[in-house]
Write a protein that binds this ligand. Sequence first.
Ligand code: ZN
Length: 167
Amino acid sequence: MSEQANAIAKKAELQLEFEKVEKSFKLQGIRTLEQILSTGEAKKSEGFDDKYHFAHWWMEQISKQSGACHYCEVQFADIKELIDAKFLRERKTGYGYRGIPPEIDRLDSIAAKNVYSPSNCVLACYYCNNDKSNIYPAKLFKKYLGPARKALVEGLLLELRTENKAA
Ligand SMILES: [Zn+2]
């Protein structure tokens, strides 16, 4: 198989896999396969074989995390719902908006293993990723701040859904 045909076959296989996770975790409007591959392009030098390896990892990881942030365990679909309703704000950065898309966080960003690799990475919401930064150890951040953020987001969802019901 030529390199080009090989790439097309790999992409088709990924597309099928992606459609399954997209449907299971309501990822429409949250991330496209193209965007995941393009993130993979940047991360490959760090510890993923190539962008396809990264995309496979991403889909496995979102399934393992049941479509939710590793730290607060809030569904990415719920975060999108809140942002769409303007109950939660995005943050504009030099390269786009942070808020809706799952971000790649390094569990261990403090010790020597500070790399993007399949075993050191999780998918986190922007809000957790931004707070944790490379400041807090992942385990303690998840244990103490995860439940607090989940409670806050559930409060927002309750307000939003009550308001929608009243309207
Ligand atoms: Zn989170």
